[in-house]
Design a protein around this ligand. Structure first.
Ligand SMILES: Nc1ncnc2c1ncn2[C@@H]1O[C@H](COP(=O)(O)OP(=O)(O)OP(=O)(O)O)[C@@H](O)[C@H]1O
Ligand SMILES: [Mg+2]
Length: 254
């Protein structure tokens, strides 16, 4: 696959839940390349989580197509970090991270442990955390563990549904930065649903506003210092923020 070829293409995607009069997703188009973080904003209930569920294969499109152009031989090319905390409270951190490997004995456990250690250090977590239970962790630590859990199979595309919304401001900033670095270093792609315009501007290479079942408006936010909190004071940052907020206000107020 060439460097500029898309990893994911979505064409004319339509979806409605049974009994709905209007389509939740209506002729949606999207194409995502490796190295990109695509952010989706929009009013509550406009269909953002539904789009992620469709991409993850948890819902079936009524029409249109979703194609992953994964590397040859790659099966687990999508990782999903859900809106709610997905960790099992009765398993330790290590038990949660190794869950799939415990269930499927044919997978390479030693390699998985190496991967686990690598991500723990990338997300600034001490390996003492492995014996702890999710309730013994702070919200920021739990969210880091959830992200690592979704990375254990080395997916090419990460889907994130408001992953940092429940965190305090400082934890949120450092996790946003760590996540951007991960996408760059490992050459992955991500689709991030958020209500936070600052998050979209500081993390995204592109941002979309979802409305009427489509990605109705697109903003290009290419910044050299993407993900770093010192972008927040720049005029470029403020300009993107104003543009997105003005459009969102118009859409939300109907
Ligand atoms: N399982 C379901 N059955 C029927 N309708 C549903 C179901 N899940 C979601 N919906 C409806 O589909 C629409 C889109 O929901 P979705 O969860 O995708 O919105 P969202 O944009 O993620 O909202 P939020 O920002 O509040 O998370 C809403 O009107 C919702 O009520
Ligand atoms: Mg949602």
């Amino acid at each position: 696959m060439s460097v500029s070829a898309p990893l994911l293409t979505i064409d004319n995607l339509c979806f409605d839940f049974d009994g709905q009069t209007e389509k939740t997703v209506n002729a949606l188009e999207l194409s995502v390349k490796k190295g990109e973080i695509v952010c989706i904003l929009g009013a509550s209930g406009c269909g953002k989580t539904t789009v992620l569920n469709l991409i993850a294969g948890l819902l079936k499109p009524k029409s249109g197509s979703i194609n992953m152009h994964a590397e040859a031989g790659k099966k687990n090319s999508i990782g999903y970090i859900f809106q709610s905390d997905p960790l099992f409270p009765w398993r330790t951190v290590e038990g949660n991270l190794m869950l799939a490997f415990d269930l499927n004995k044919s997978l390479d456990r030693n390699r998985a442990k190496e991967t686990m250690q690598q991500y723990l250090s990338m997300f600034h977590l001490n390996s003492q955390i492995l014996t702890k239970y999710p309730t013994q962790l702070s919200g920021g630590m739990r969210q880091r563990v959830s992200i690592i859990q979704s990375l254990m199979f080395d997916p090419e595309l990460l889907l994130l549904d408001e992953p940092f919304s429940a965190l305090d401001y400082y934890t949120k900033l450092s996790l946003e930065e760590e996540f951007c670095q991960l996408v760059k270093e490992k050459n992955k792609a991500a689709i991030l649903v958020t209500h936070d315009i600052e998050e979209a501007v500081s993390m995204g290479t592109r941002a979309f506003i979802m409305s009427g079942g489509k990605l109705a408006r697109e903003f290009h936010i290419k910044q050299e210092t993407q993900g770093l909190d010192n972008t927040r004071g720049t005029e470029e940052f403020a300009k993107h923020y104003r543009e997105i907020w003005s459009e969102l206000k118009t859409i939300i107020s109907g």
